[in-house]
Design a protein around this ligand. Structure first.
Ligand code: SAM
Ligand code: SF4
Ligand code: SF4
Length: 389
């Protein structure tokens, strides 16, 4: 069953629910330049994730299952995408409101043509303190070997590479396009050689699919100066057929790692960090930086909403306040209108100051037991490939 929406056809299951109206500032709360901004839960705005494409060359079953994202699936037309100039202008507004870190994502961000031009434009922006922006990118690594040096030269600081196993058969079954592990490892090496570090590697653990890769991955990345992060399989979107019994809790992963490795908890490196950090320790029980660290992103079993400072901008210019939101705010008309340059900043300030999202906390208190494909309209969430990770 499909719905026809202007230039595109989207299976009804994954059609976003439409946009929310941009709110007016609360009485007496118009944002003034230089004023600290926080949401209803006193969380500042620090981290902006920008999706630069809704396309991907992988079909990870937990993100873009082949049955939905097949030849009939119609992606956003080029005219709907924000241009690099529009993205940069929007980023500037977010920076005025406190953003210090920008993560480019997708879909697969390296599929966006001339991405290095956008990176150059973003790298020219300065934070409110006059410092360089922390610009990073999450990629499946497939095009990284080819592009790492160009990205670095353009001003990219770091990369996070997704890799769900070291065994080719397992990895190919996860990416579902027969992509080999060796090419991703080559990409990681190229990123390291180009100085795009510290590099992080993300591994989504899906029970029954790749848990046998946990120990080999940890052994491989230990001591390589690369932080491996285990991500709990999340109930994002409505197409991946998520089931609670396919989630391997971080506590179980840690228990498995401790059967052969010595690890100790580390302090968060910054507020709002998504991963809980653990460091490899030496025979005296002390963390040794040269052995490296691992991380756990436990958004299913351990909520970290209380200091979530992340905003998400979709490829077509919608602002989402939570990974699990059902609707976003369409900023595109404001981005495309140049009459009042402050209007965009004021709109984002009004949206952020009224933000109250805490989906993971609610889920931990009321765990979902079913399958997210059966979500009702009122609960239908945006897809990860649309909003970016
Ligand atoms: N294509 C790029 C990549 O895979 O790195 C960037 C976009 S991807 C949506 C961003 C991150 O989200 C990846 O690390 C991916 O593994 C993760 N991800 C996607 N679907 C997920 C899910 N259902 N649960 C947990 N993580 C997921
Ligand atoms: Fe593509 Fe990344 Fe989603 Fe995998 S997780 S399908 S690589 S966007
Ligand atoms: Fe942030 Fe939403 Fe995730 Fe909570 S569930 S940490 S509010 S993105």
């Amino acid at each position: 069953m499909v719905h026809i929406v202007s230039e595109r056809v989207i299976p009804i299951m994954i059609q976003p629910l439409g946009n929310l109206p941009v709110p007016a500032p609360l009485p007496g709360q118009t944002w003034q330049p230089g004023q600290a901004l926080s949401d209803q839960r006193k969380r500042p705005l620090r981290d902006l994730r920008i999706s630069v494409t809704d396309r991907c060359n992988f079909r990870c079953s937990y993100c873009m299952p082949k049955e939905i994202f097949n030849n009939d699936y119609v992606y956003l037309p080029h005219s709907a995408l924000l241009s690099f100039e529009e993205i940069t202008r929007t980023a500037q507004s977010f920076i005025e409101l406190g953003v210090e870190k920008i993560r480019l994502t997708g879909g697969e961000p390296l599929l966006r043509k001339n991405l290095e031009i956008l990176i150059e434009q973003l790298a020219a922006l300065k934070t409110l303190d006059g410092n360089a922006l922390d610009i990073t990118l999450t990629t499946n690594g497939s095009l990284l070997a080819r592009k790492a040096q160009t990205l670095k030269d353009a001003g990219l600081k770091r990369v996070t590479v997704s890799l769900d196993g070291l065994d080719d058969a397992v990895f190919k079954s996860m990416n579902d396009v027969d992509f080999p592990v060796s090419d991703v490892l080559e990409g990681i090496e190229a990123a390291k050689a180009a100085g795009l570090g510290p590099i992080k590697v993300n591994m989504v653990v899906k029970r029954g699919a790749n848990e046998q890769e946990i120990l080999p991955m940890a052994r491989y990345f230990k001591g390589k100066g690369i932080a491996l992060r285990f991500i709990e399989y999340m109930d994002v979107g409505a197409t991946n057929g998520w089931r609670m019994n396919e989630v391997m809790p971080s506590s179980e992963i840690l228990k498995l790692l401790l059967t052969e490795m010595s690890l100790a908890p580390l302090e968060p490196s910054q507020t709002g960090e998504t991963a809980e950090r653990w460091g490899y320790v030496n025979e005296h029980g002390k963390h040794e930086a040269s052995l490296g660290e691992i991380g756990f992103i436990s958004s299913v079993t351990k909520a970290f909403c209380s200091d979530c400072n992340r905003a998400r901008l979709t490829t077509e210019g919608q602002l989402y306040l939570c990974l699990f939101a059902t609707q976003g705010y369409d900023l595109k008309p404001l981005v495309r209108s140049t009459q009042d340059p402050q209007a965009l900043t004021q709109a984002i300030a009004a949206i952020w100051s009224q933000r109250n999202d805490n989906y993971s906390e609610l889920r931990v208190s009321e765990p979902m037991s079913g399958n997210n494909s059966t979500l009702s309209d009122s609960k239908r969430r945006v897809e990860m490939s649309y909003i970016g990770g």
